[in-house]
Design a protein around this ligand. Structure first.
Ligand SMILES: Nc1ncnc2c1ncn2[C@@H]1O[C@H](COP(=O)(O)OP(=O)(O)OP(=O)(O)O)[C@@H](O)[C@H]1O
Length: 695
């Protein structure tokens, strides 16, 4: 038996023993947590407060069970050995001895795990060896060592193929996996950065931006308890993408991260096709629309006029000046038109009661003076009021003093008062406000003076037109203006494919993150047809100023060097300033198959059949213009591959990709060359392009 084989077998069995004991411990901890939860739920609650407490405790334990169960797959993946012989195992979560809290497994996010990711032969950080473990279920199938301090390998070491190469060439499953075992130093540096503000990551296709974003989210939850308490939100471009990344955080022991598209964040239910025309969508993405909606609200608050209300037999009148004072005070007191309307109403009612008191006082004084002049009697002295007042005595209030609190309460509930307030400060509904702008050419002209007439005509719509995706940020903006800031905000927000966001969408995101702590990743060369910003400064400065730190990733972990070379000219055309990424792997050269138009469907089916026969079990993606999807689906090509419209390919990846009719993708929608660039960079191994000869 060759020597390396012997040492590998030995190393595997040593690790297996340790790994098995960790799994036993994990199973024990899960059983304990389950038993605790059952115990908590079985405890009778004597009061509502006890019941609430019990629910909270049960929920916390359910979270803990989820966290422990999530760590099952690949619980431990690394080991670091110091030069002095001390060893630490690194895993998805931390596990400690019960008695003295000694670490048996170090959470990958802990400081102690840093050298696993950061040590290099030049900076070994005190390490002699870094070991990667590969597990299948609970069994160690291989180990692979890197020696970092320049010492020669011994019988205990298994210096082998890099685990990164193995991870990168592994078959894709259609769902992204955590890369926690093989995070690279450049990625780790960003993930662990202490910076709590806005971290921006730019990088070409496959450079690990999504990996960094999601592991950063997990790190934030671990390292910044305040942000963790306030919650973490991950925003992605569409449901398909969110599904693709959905397993990563749970597998890192994090189940409490909210995930949403911008459309979902707006909380407006829409059905059917919600993609509107791109030129209108681009315009609706401009921050001018925020100004226009604010202007429209302002008009509705700025109605001048006086205020008259009947109280019993009396008509009480407030001057326009008094109304304006109440309006200014209401606006300063609270955000949101409707909540401020309530304050405005209360202030008007206060002013009404103050006026009544004033008028009543004046009236009574007048009566007193007239009576004294005519009868010579001082009525106050006569009724003993003046004396009681002077003595500060308690006793029945004089008849003419008003019960102002009761009047105030009555007035706040009074339909007449509400009608009078409605004239000065109408209650608003966010959707109606947006429609009031978009259905009225006059309002568009008044509130969007920077747009040309032609642009404004693109925005004009009918009152019954359905909402589109581009309307969502307008509805959100309107909700913010009308009802105040969103109730649910987050301590940290992660945005993937952030190049897609319009100014109006950025406003949506930023208002959900009061602490302005974010991780934003994207690539402007992959921008879709609605995005208008061409770099981070342009996209972010209106919302975040210069408060962001930009990192660049330059190594593509997905595609081969051959595939990257194939798209180099295209990249030069769509993003001349961008440095192409370099790949760690080489593989097959991309292939091109050409067909006459009427043979296209047959050629696609033939290609897919051939590929799935040659590479059984591999994940094959067909990327085509959106308009071609239904035809391909009808042809039952889904049996062999997943059909993805080019508009939804961002962020996804497959072992092999067939790109159908690049010309059609380019011309299908504006910015089509960028769609094609995305499509051509989705394969980890093989790329075939089917082109159509001109008829
Ligand atoms: N350190 C790593 N270890 C193992 N796999 C990695 C690592 N970094 C990235 N990958 C893998 O490389 C592929 C591309 O990564 P990712 O999707 O994060 O790139 P991206 O920059 O977001 O790409 P795109 O711009 O195309 O959306 C994924 O399969 C990911 O799991």
């Amino acid at each position: 038996m060759p020597e390396t084989h012997t040492s590998a077998t030995h190393a595997v069995s040593v690790e297996q023993e340790y790994v098995s004991s960790l799994y036993e411990l994990l199973t024990e901890r899960i059983s304990e947590a389950r038993a605790n939860r059952a115990g908590v739920l079985a405890t009778p609650a004597d009061s509502a407060a006890d019941a609430y407490e019990r629910e909270n405790a049960a929920e916390r334990l359910a979270g803990e069970i989820g966290r422990l169960e999530g760590a099952e797959k690949g619980l431990v993946f690394g080991r670091i050995d110091q030069a002095d012989g001390t060893a630490l195992r690194i895993g998805r979560i931390g596990l400690h001895t019960e008695e003295d809290d000694l670490p048996l497994l170090v959470d990958w996010r802990a400081n102690a795990a840093r050298p696993f990711y950061e040590a290099t032969p030049v900076h070994p950080m005190g390490l002699r060896r870094r070991r990667h473990l590969r597990l299948e279920e609970r069994t160690v199938v291989s180990v692979s060592d890197e020696l970092l301090d320049g010492t020669a390998p011994t019988d205990e070491d298994v210096v082998g193929d890099g685990p990164l190469t193995e991870a990168l060439s592994a078959r894709r499953t259609g769902r992204m996996h955590a890369a926690v075992a093989t995070l690279q130093a450049e990625q780790d540096e960003i993930i662990r950065s202490a910076h709590r503000g806005v971290t921006v990551v730019q990088g070409g296709p496959g450079t690990g931006k999504t990996v960094v974003a999601l592991h950063r989210a997990a790190y934030v939850l671990y390292a910044f308890p305040r942000a963790a308490k306030e919650g973490v939100l991950v925003v992605g471009p569409n449901a398909r993408f969110l599904d693709y990344i959905s397993q990563v955080l749970p597998s890192l022991g994090e189940n409490d991260v909210a995930m949403a598209t911008c459309r979902e964040l707006a909380g407006v239910s829409v059905s059917g096709d919600t993609v509107g025309p791109f030129d209108a969508a681009r315009l609706k993405g401009r921050s001018d629309l925020a100004d226009a909606l604010a202007g429209l609200v302002h008009v509705r608050q700025a109605r001048s006029g006086d205020f008259t209300v009947r109280v019993g037999q009396e008509l009480v009148h407030l001057s326009g000046e008094e109304v304006a004072t109440a309006r200014d005070a209401a606006l300063a007191a609270v955000a949101g038109h409707n909540p401020a309307r309530q304050v405005f109403k209360e202030l008007l009612v206060n002013a009404v009661t103050a006026a009544m008191q004033r008028d009543m006082g004046g009236l009574l004084e007048q009566i007193d003076a007239d009576a004294e002049r005519m009868t010579g009697l001082n009525l106050d002295r006569f009724t003993g009021v003046a004396q009681r007042r002077a003595e500060g005595a308690a006793g029945p209030e004089p008849v003419h003093e008003l019960d102002l609190d009761a009047i105030r309460t009555d007035l706040l509930d009074d339909a007449g008062v509400d009608r009078a307030v409605e004239v000065l400060w109408p209650r608003l509904v966010p959707g109606d406000l947006v429609k009031a702008l978009l259905t009225d050419a006059g309002a568009l002209a008044e509130h969007l003076p920077r747009l040309t007439e032609q642009e404004r005509s693109l925005l004009l719509c009918g009152p019954d037109d359905p909402w589109t995706d581009a309307d969502m940020p307008l509805l959100d903006e309107a909700a913010n203006l009308v009802d105040g800031p969103p109730q649910r905000t987050y301590g940290h927000v992660v945005v993937d494919e952030a190049q897609e966001l319009t100014a109006m969408q950025w406003r949506m995101i930023v208002r959900r993150c009061p602490a302005r702590a974010m991780t934003l990743v994207g690539d402007f060369a992959q921008a879709g047809p609605v995005a208008t910003a061409r770099d981070w400064k342009e996209a972010l400065s209106p919302h975040l100023g210069t408060r962001f730190t930009l990192h660049n990733l330059t190594v593509s972990y997905r595609t081969t060097q051959e595939i990257l070379e194939g798209v180099r000219d295209l990249l030069t055309r769509i993003a001349p300033d961008q440095q192409p990424a370099r790949s760690l792997r080489s593989g097959e050269s991309p292939r091109t198959v050409t067909t006459p138009p009427d043979g296209l469907a047959t050629v696609i089916v033939r290609e897919l059949r051939a590929q799935s026969a040659a590479y059984p079990g591999e994940l094959l993606g067909v990327i085509c213009a959106d308009t071609r999807v239904s035809e391909l689906t009808a042809r039952d090509t889904t049996h062999h591959a997943r059909i993805v419209p080019a508009s939804e390919a961002r962020g996804l990846e497959f072992d092999g990709v067939v790109v159908v009719d690049p010309e059609e993708i380019i011309t299908a929608r504006s910015g089509g060359e960028r769609d094609l660039y995305v499509a051509l960079t989705r394969a980890t191994k093989r790329l075939c392009t089917i082109t159509v000869q001109p008829a």
